[in-house]
Structure formats: C-alpha cells, structure tokens
Design a protein. Structure first.
Length: 436
C-alpha cells in the first residue's frame, strides 16, 4: 500500500512538473519566435508592424553597409522557424484548455507564415492564391469579369450624369469631398464618436489613447502604428481627396473599434494578463492581419449600424464639412451599390501579381470596376507591389468576421450580442480557418 501511495505521489508530482514544463516550453517557443521575427524585420521594415515586448529581445542594429537578407542568415532563420514549428506540432494537447488550444493553433499558423515570408524574400515564387493561403490561412474567392459587369449595369441605372461610369462617379462625388482645411475637424469628430460608442461597450485599458498625423506619399489611405501601452499613432494620407464617408470609415478602421482597440485588447488580455509573449509582436504578413483588417472593416458596422450612421453623418459630419446633408441619402445608396464591387480589386491584384496583367491594365481595371481615378489606380498598383496578396484581408476578412459574429447570434437585431461576439474575436486567438 505504501509503495502504491508513493508511486501515486511520484506520478502526481511528475504530472505537475510536466504540465509546468509544457507551459514553460510554450513560453520559451514564443520567446524564440519573437526574437527570430525581430531579426527578420531588420531586412524589411514592413514585417514587424508593432512590437511592445521586452527591450532586451531586440537584436543589435545591422551595419550600415548591410546589403539585405543573405542566404546564410535566411537559412538560419528558416531553421529556427522550422524547429519551432516542429515543437508546436509535437506539443501535447491533453491538458490544454480550449483557449490554450486556440493559442497553439494560431501559433502554428503564424510560424508557417514567418517561414513563407523568409522563402519569398529569398526569391521563392508562389501564385497569389498559394501566398494568401500560406501567409493568411485563407483561400481567396474568384469572381469572373462577367460578375462585375453585371453589377455595373445596376449602378449605371442609378448614377446621374453623362459619360462613362467612372467619369460620372468622379463628377458626382466631388460634392462630398471634405475640404482640406476642415479635414482635421471632421475626422476628430468622427473618431470621438467612434470612441464614445466603443467605450460604452468595452472596458478599454486605462490611459489608452492615440495621436493623429496627416501625411503624403504613401501607398495607403490610413495606417495605425500601435506603440504599446494602449497607445497608437494614426496617420491619414492626404495625397488624394478624402470624401465624407471616409471620416467614419477611417475613424473606426484605424481607431475604434478597429486596429487601436484590437491591439490594445491583445496587449491587455493576452500579453499582460496571460503572458503570451508571441502577441507582443504583430507580424504584418501573417494570419493575424486577416483578423485585424477584417475586424477593422466590420467594426464600422458594429459601431455605426444602419440608419445610425446616416443620421450621425447628416447631423454632425456633413455640417462640419460644409456639405449638403440633404444629398446624403442618395450618396450612401450609391456607395452601397459600389461596395459590391470590392472584390474586383482582389482580381486586379491576382491577375497583376500572377503576371497575367500589366500595371497599366491593372490600373485600367481599377478605374473601370472600382471607379478610381487613374492616378489613384496607379497608386493602388504600388500597394500591390509592396503588400501583394495582403489585399484579401480587407474584404475577405470582413466577410469572415461578419459570418462568424452573425453565426454566434450577433445579428443586426441583437446589437449587444454583436458587440459581445466581436470583442471575443478581438481579444482571443483566431485565424481565417478558425472563423469558418
């Protein structure tokens, strides 16, 4: 009997140590992963979108004469990511709770993306769809040109004026441009309201805040640089006209309940409270981005559902911008129709990056189906060059996030539930395949 009791005690102690060891192993793997990503990020400034982990984990700065990622460094990083990947595959799951299993699954997808990014930097050629699957854990949908042509017919009937659709849209839309001298006033009113609505539902970290800057010569319209400690730098690109609907779009997407809230909650819940250090770094080319961009886009609807948005625009933003609020209804009706063409941009990116369409043809496609003016269309092809299949994260991400929220009861007629499920997406591990 004594031998049996001793054996049981030894087994219990070993099991306890094994569980502790497993937790230590996961945290150790997270540290290795973060350090490897920080090293990789020295060779491409877009790789690390945000880092708020230990300062001592940062690598020493590269020499000024560094020529880029050499094969020796690439192979070393590939081996490190491969080793981490293998450890995660062999990681015992018997004692893991559901949230920890989500952590493990997400971690595996993030490491796969990191490996893929190294290979791409070393010249590996992948198709648009292959790259999207490996980097973002998502399968982009395909739409025919005939599908977009059918949508144009409906818009053609509704859009006033004469000339081609892009010409008519450009002429009509000038009525809704925010004057540059009023841009800051309008945007600050939009983000203040978005913040108020978000804080009504979420307990955000104490002291969370942001700063706004207006910039030029960028391939994007807006960007959130999360600084850590609940603080963001939000930049808006003023290269091209900014129209009235973009005030709420950007306020929600970059701020509340979009990127700023997403990063602040991940920092608070996963890094600070749970100690999951892999979330102290945000690698841009990873499954995390599909959730980040998709939730940021869907968050616009969460914060300003249906008629609430139109009412706020007419009562507050249109007057601040000096625009005619009486025209808001027709304008937003047309915007809803044009929104259906969103995936046309993905097709342009796919055809262009797969070598089936020239830059000029891709720009013409964007003019025809997304109603860009030619200059902005060419700017968008620069975005394709720099970020490649990243474009799927906005619309496909939004679609997947919406489907997940609604499938879990967060429908338009249950707004409180929608905020609740949306917060769960923002503050727990998810990838595209986990949403489906």
């Amino acid at each position: 009997m004594i031998l049996v009791l001793c054996s049981l005690l030894l087994w219990a102690c070993s099991t306890s140590k094994e569980t502790l060891s497993q937790a230590e192993n996961m945290d150790a793997l997270a540290e290795r992963y973060v350090k490897a990503l920080l090293q990789l990020g020295q060779y491409d400034s877009d790789i690390v979108d945000a880092y708020y982990g230990p300062e001592e984990w940062k690598p020493a700065p590269l020499a000024q004469d560094n020529k880029g990622l050499d094969s020796l460094t690439a192979n070393r990083l590939l081996q490190e990511f491969t080793d981490i990947q293998q450890s995660l595959r062999n990681y015992p799951t018997d004692t893991l709770e559901e949230m920890e299993k989500q952590r493990l699954e997400m971690f595996q997808k993030q490491v796969l993306a990191a490996k893929t990014k190294v290979e791409l930097m070393q010249g590996k050629v992948l198709s648009f769809d292959q790259e999207a699957q490996l980097l973002y854990d998502a399968t982009p949908p395909h739409y025919s040109q005939a599908y977009f042509d059918s949508l144009l017919k409906d818009i053609d009937k509704a859009l006033p004026g004469k000339g081609s659709l892009p010409e008519r849209w450009t002429a009509y839309r000038t009525r809704f441009e925010i004057p540059k001298d009023k841009l800051d006033t309008v945007f600050r009113a939009a983000i203040a309201e978005a913040r108020k609505r978000t804080k009504k539902h979420y307990n955000l970290p104490p002291g969370e805040n942001f700063r706004v800057e207006y910039v030029t010569d960028k391939p994007w319209s807006g960007y959130n640089y999360f600084q850590g400690n609940g603080y963001s730098l939000i930049q808006l690109n003023t290269d091209f006209p900014i129209y009235i609907e973009r005030a709420i779009d950007l306020a929600c997407h970059e701020g509340y309940p979009g990127h700023h809230v997403f990063n602040a909650l991940l920092e608070q819940k996963l890094v600070n409270e749970l100690g999951w250090k892999e979330y102290s770094i945000y690698p841009l080319f990873s499954p995390q981005s599909l959730i980040a961009e998709g939730s940021a886009n869907y968050g616009i609807e969460v914060a300003f559902p249906g008629e609430e948005r139109l009412a706020f625009e007419k009562e507050v933003l249109f007057p601040l911008a000096g625009l005619n609020a009486a025209e808001a209804g027709q304008y937003y009706s047309l915007l809803a129709k044009i929104k259906q063409l969103d995936f046309a941009g993905n097709e342009a990116a796919r055809l262009y990056l797969d070598g089936k369409m020239s830059r000029e043809d891709a720009a013409d496609w964007l003019v025809k189906y997304n109603f860009y003016d030619k200059g902005k269309a060419l700017q968008r092809t620069q975005f394709f060059d720099r970020y490649r299949s990243y474009v799927i994260n906005y619309n496909l991400g939004q679609k997947l996030v919406r489907q997940y929220v609604e499938a879990h009861g967060g429908t338009a007629d249950h707004p409180e539930k929608r905020w609740e499920v949306f917060q769960e997406i923002l503050s727990a591990p998810h990838t595209a395949s986990m949403l489906e």
